[in-house]
Ligand binder design. Structure first.
Ligand code: FMN
Length: 171
């Protein structure tokens, strides 16, 4: 699929079919996010892949009851690895670069999912401490985004956008 078509095709999907995602597709998504740029090429993030129903249910509860997280066959949790980035970049690495590394990777994953005919949604509204407890995260792994993935069970409406001219300021 043409790159610009993928960008247009990706919309948030919050209802998923009860259908497994093929292993090859998950591997392609992982290969795609591993191509994302990262500070010093450290790739200072870890992605937790959750299939277990009970864990997805707990994540949904930690995310203000957004139940579609437990409906999706797979949920990815992108976590910044503050320790890894801090080794090279100190506080800026821990506070900013690691979060940016994880964020860009998650965005790539969403685009790859769209290219594979899958739906996803970025979930940012969650209790980070609770997510850390559920996934038994290292203290230096900070959850940045929960991304449920699956075959769409809805046709998402494209959301309108601000005019790009408003977002761009030539100086
Ligand atoms: C940082 C961030 C946090 C978000 N948090 C949530 C969330 O908790 N729940 C949700 O349903 N959507 C969430 N979204 C998805 C946005 O609502 C969605 O991307 C936006 O409305 C644009 O729609 P589109 O993705 O269909 O283009 C989040 C998106 C971002 C980037």
């Amino acid at each position: 699929m043409d790159f610009y078509d993928v960008l247009k095709k990706r919309h948030s999907v919050r209802a998923f079919q009860d259908k497994e995602i093929e292993k090859e597709k998950l591997e392609k998504i992982a290969a795609a996010f591993s191509l994302a740029p990262s500070a010093g090429n450290l790739q200072a993030y870890t992605v937790y892949l959750v299939k277990k129903q009970e864990t997805k249910k707990e994540l949904a509860e930690a995310a203000l009851g957004q139940d579609f997280i437990s409906q999706a066959p797979v949920t990815l949790v992108f976590c910044a690895d503050q320790q890894q980035s801090a080794v090279k970049y100190g506080e800026r690495g821990a506070e900013l670069y690691a979060v940016q590394d994880a964020t860009i990777a998650a965005a790539y994953a969403q685009l790859a999912a769209a290219a594979e005919g899958l739906g996803s949604v970025w979930v940012g509204a969650f209790d980070a401490l609770e997510v850390s407890r559920i996934l038994n995260l290292e203290p230096y792994h900070v959850p940045v985004a929960i991304i449920p993935l699956g075959y769409p069970a809805e046709i998402p409406k494209g959301r309108s956008r601000r005019n790009p001219k408003e977002l761009l300021r030539e100086i």
